[in-house]
Design a protein around this ligand. Structure first.
Ligand SMILES: [Zn+2]
Length: 480
């Protein structure tokens, strides 16, 4: 028989148990956060990639990417403080700080007077490790909004100095765009200044491979960089390149620790491909982002209760449509596979043909042969015979590339978006044949998708503003 005290304790225990049962289940804190930003990646870019994958794998409809299968899905509006169609600086500031700001401003208020604290800085201040990764230069607007505070995105050198002073643990991907400043006359390079601030810098594959958690603060750049400081388009990469996903994998290896981490990874070349209206380069770079997200998914599978992965975009670029007036209800997205290099690389090739071939007839023949070789256009074995009007478009473009056609600057822009006319026309014909069309060479104002999985992911369901995204991340991380 129980004594009175024992009976009392048993009752108390039962009461306690009941109270605990009645409390709402305490959500797990997101200790490890991955914030992926596909620059310029609208819903049409994602969907085109999914449909392209289905087409080349001989199935219909859409093939899932790692992140299109995430359980939470939202839509975010992207307008800037002083313009409806945003830019990467203002949109990045919204995503990094939860504040609207003016065009071109990097994590400062609209009047460019006060600094805005970023979620990456807040994570650092709470003892988490921080990694910033980008496929374009690491001082470009999107990554910069997470560690820098400057009145203008074009202040690349000043931004690089902010990077070195951030004390963040890992920077990966592209290099610095203007390491000696705008005029190339800075007294110390961005790289040397970062070294002075305790960073280890790697620029080769071998040094990159040797990085370990014991390496200290790291800036790991690609071993093959363009003059812009960016990694090459995925469609132009070879085994020589370090792809974006490797930077995420290495970042995880270096940043993994008991207190947690915050990683922002930008796939910046989705935007560049969209600015060029280059559908094949676009689908490839969405794939590059997907491969990077898969690295985060591998980590998530081991720490699913404490990991949050978000994939979104800062804005849409190009006004991509999955249809074209000329093809009406037809789609043939698999045709994009015929393109073997980016519009950008093909422009260089066409320029060199025109420059090095004085005879016009010979130059035109060589140009058309290159169009056939790298785009499959007029290749009957690939079912891409050119129609007379398409041939005419390419010939006109050839003369325009040679500078022998009278046209206003604006007419040129509307036709080719400032790109090499032949390369732009080859890309346009292939995109149209695939059933794709573009409405702009700039950004557009359409809301962007937000995909999330893991601790706190349910916060990302619904329709909200881009400034709400970091607020939701703070909530999931229980930082504020
Ligand atoms: Zn852009």
């Amino acid at each position: 028989m129980l004594t009175k005290t024992k009976q009392f304790s048993a009752k108390l225990f039962l009461l306690f148990f009941l109270i605990i049962m009645m409390l709402p289940a305490q959500a797990q804190k997101a200790k490890y956060v991955f914030f992926f930003i596909g620059d310029g990646m609208g819903i049409a870019a994602v969907a085109t990639n999914q449909a392209y994958l289905a087409a080349i794998n001989d199935t219909s409809g859409f093939q899932n990417l790692s992140f299109t299968a995430f359980p939470a899905l939202g839509l975010a509006t992207t307008y800037a403080g002083n313009r409806f169609i945003t830019c990467s600086a203002a949109a990045g500031t919204a995503l990094a700080t939860g504040n609207k700001t003016s065009i071109n401003t990097i994590s400062m208020d609209s009047r460019r007077e006060n600094k805005l604290v970023t979620i990456a800085e807040e994570a650092r201040n709470h003892g988490l490790k921080v990694g910033i990764i980008s496929s374009v230069s690491i001082d470009h607007a999107t990554p910069a909004t997470f560690y820098a505070h400057q009145p203008d995105r074009n202040m690349y050198y000043e931004i690089s100095l902010d990077l070195a002073k951030s004390n963040f643990d890992f920077f990966g991907g592209g290099g610095f765009y203007q390491p000696f400043g705008k005029n190339g006359d800075a007294s110390i390079s961005s790289y040397d200044f970062a070294k002075q601030n305790g960073y280890t810098i790697t620029q080769t594959r071998a040094d990159f491979n040797n990085l370990t958690p014991a390496s200290g603060k790291v800036i790991a750049t690609g071993n093959v960089l363009e003059s812009s400081g960016a990694l090459r388009y995925l469609i132009d990469q070879t085994v020589e390149d370090i792809p974006l996903q490797d930077f995420v994998k290495k970042g995880i290896e270096i940043l993994d620790n008991k207190k947690g981490f915050f990683i922002m990874c930008e796939e910046g070349k989705i935007d560049w491909a969209a600015h060029s209206n280059d559908g094949a380069a676009l689908v490839n770079n969405v794939l590059a982002l997907d491969e990077a997200v898969k690295m985060a998914m591998d980590f998530y599978k081991k720490h699913s209760k404490e990991t949050l992965i978000i994939v979104t975009a800062d804005h849409e670029t190009g006004g991509l449509a999955m249809g074209w007036a000329g093809t009406k209800y037809e789609s043939n997205l698999g045709l994009l596979q015929n393109q073997e290099m980016s519009l950008e690389y093909f422009s260089v090739l066409v320029d060199s043909i025109i420059k090095n071939t004085p005879d016009e007839v010979v130059a035109l023949t060589a140009t058309m042969a290159a169009v056939k070789k790298y785009f499959g256009l007029d290749d009957e074995t690939r079912n891409l015979q050119l129609k007379p009007d398409e041939k005419q478009m390419l010939e006109t473009a050839f003369h325009e590339a040679k500078g022998t056609v009278e046209k206003s600057k604006f007419e040129f822009y509307l036709e080719y978006g400032g790109n090499n006319p032949v390369a732009a026309t080859a890309v346009k014909i292939l995109n149209h044949r695939a059933g794709l069309s573009w409405g702009s060479y700039a950004h557009t104002g359409i809301p962007v998708p937000v995909y999330a999985i893991g601790a706190g992911s349910e916060l990302f369901d619904g329709y909200f503003d881009n400034t709400d995204i970091p607020k939701k991340i703070y909530k999931a991380m229980k930082l504020k």
